[in-house]
Design a binder for this molecule. Structure first.
Ligand SMILES: [Fe+2]
Ligand SMILES: [Fe+2]
Length: 426
């Protein structure tokens, strides 16, 4: 462990590149884009700073190694968030790590800088993914920078101690318009227990609100994309799509994109998701044929917008295909048609979604062998001042027991389990 760094205790220290009088602060590390041999770390900074990660395969930090950035080349320097990807790790192995952040008190030109005192985070740990890893996921969604709800979600994650958290979209809200605001929503929420992300890595899928507004070109600077070495070159643009083994489960993440057609005038020409969804269909079929994914006892897919609404369900007419100022996708017909048959053919047992802000469970049928569970949103039992008992934030929990896939949905508002289901093999 470096002997030079000051250990962070709730901020303090020299000013960074922000307001000259404000103390520099480095946020708690957020583990992201976990894989069998790599792990991403992102964290918020209050001013201009550089950062690195020290890590070791033992809690005493004997023979530590240092990761200095993402990929090769420059060390990250930024005034809102820093990102590091640790590579060359062993699968299903526990590591201990801490971030070291060095603020720049001054950096007036490329040849003149005055680095401040390095700040060390507390030591945290993570376990890399793999078939031998303990397999329990939690899914969160639609937190929308709504802190009363997010506080309850964070508390539940701390109690449930999942191996990974699938952050299934809509962390941002309508007022998220800059990278710094996105950093506040994703990496540094003003909520106790938000530091769950220092010990449980997040697998990210975009929600429609995460790709909307003036900032999403910088989303990858906040939520680290997957390691490009996982894909063919022509699939690099599928930035967050994941297909990983977690114990007996295979977890696959898809991006449903916006909730209206690309040509909708509300997007000001900024949406181009239709080719993206088609490319994901090609990627999905290939990933589900991968031997390690195909051999998993239980395959689970995650995407933000639901892929199904029963013909007699009130959501059914709202399939995201019409250009209509008052309509949007309650479920995505385009994604369902592109991906649904691939999921069924590969024996995927469960699709986990969000977007509707209202918990729902659709059991499998003869025509649709995968079950669908839809998580809740940020509302705490009321909507526009009216009581509504069906509105609550959720944490969706999944794991395997023998050949069965267990599914449990927690209403974190009232502290109750609203679904406890066992899905047998297909
Ligand atoms: Fe939402
Ligand atoms: Fe949404």
């Amino acid at each position: 462990m470096s002997g030079k760094a000051r250990v962070e205790r709730g901020g303090g220290g020299p000013a960074g590149g922000g307001a000259a009088s404000a103390p520099f602060r480095a946020g708690s590390p957020c583990l992201q884009a976990p894989a069998e041999t790599s792990m991403g770390v992102s964290w918020a900074v209050s001013g201009l700073a550089k950062g690195l990660v020290e890590y070791a395969d033992n809690p005493a930090f004997l023979n530590p190694r240092v990761a200095r950035g993402v990929g090769l080349g420059p060390v990250p320097i930024d005034d809102a968030a820093l990102q590091v990807r640790i590579v060359g790790l062993k699968p299903a192995t526990r590591y201990w790590y801490r971030t070291i952040t060095t603020p720049f008190a001054e950096y007036p030109n490329a040849y003149l800088a005055r680095p401040g005192e390095p700040v060390a985070s507390a030591v945290h740990s993570f376990t890399t993914l793999g078939a031998a890893a303990r397999g329990r996921f939690c899914m969160i969604c639609d937190t929308h920078a709504s802190w009363p709800a997010y506080r309850l979600v964070c508390r539940a994650l701390k109690a449930l101690e999942p191996t990974v958290v699938v952050w299934n979209g809509d962390a941002a809200g309508p007022s998220t318009q800059t990278k710094r605001e996105a950093v506040g929503a994703f990496l540094d929420p003003p909520v106790e227990d938000a530091d769950w992300a220092a010990d449980a890595p997040a697998l990210f899928t975009c929600g429609n609100h995460d790709v909307r507004g003036s900032w999403p070109s910088r989303l990858g600077e906040v939520m680290l994309p997957r390691d490009p070495s996982e894909r063919r070159g022509d699939q690099w643009d599928l930035k967050w799509n994941f297909a990983v083994r977690l114990g007996d489960m295979a977890l696959v993440g898809l991006d449903t994109g916006e909730d209206k057609p690309d040509a909708h005038p509300m997007w000001f020409g900024l949406a181009a998701f239709e080719p993206y969804r088609r490319k994901q269909a090609e990627w999905l079929a290939e990933q589900l044929r991968r031997s390690d994914i195909a051999e998993a006892k239980a395959k689970v897919a995650f995407c933000h917008i639901p892929l199904f609404a029963a013909p007699d369900h009130p959501d059914h007419p709202h399939d995201g295909t019409r250009i209509d100022p008052d309509d949007y996708a309650y479920w995505s017909r385009e994604c369902a048609e592109l991906w649904g048959p691939i999921l069924a053919d590969a024996g995927v047992r469960l699709v986990v979604c969000g977007h509707k802000h209202r918990f729902r469970y659709d059991p499998p049928t003869a025509d649709r062998p995968w079950a669908q569970v839809v998580g809740g949103g940020p509302d705490l039992g009321t909507l526009r001042g009216r009581p509504d008992d069906t509105l609550f934030p959720t944490v969706v929990e999944g794991w395997t027991e023998g050949d069965a896939l267990r599914l449990r949905v927690h209403d974190v508002h009232r502290g109750r389990v609203v679904l406890d289901e066992t899905l047998p093999p297909a």
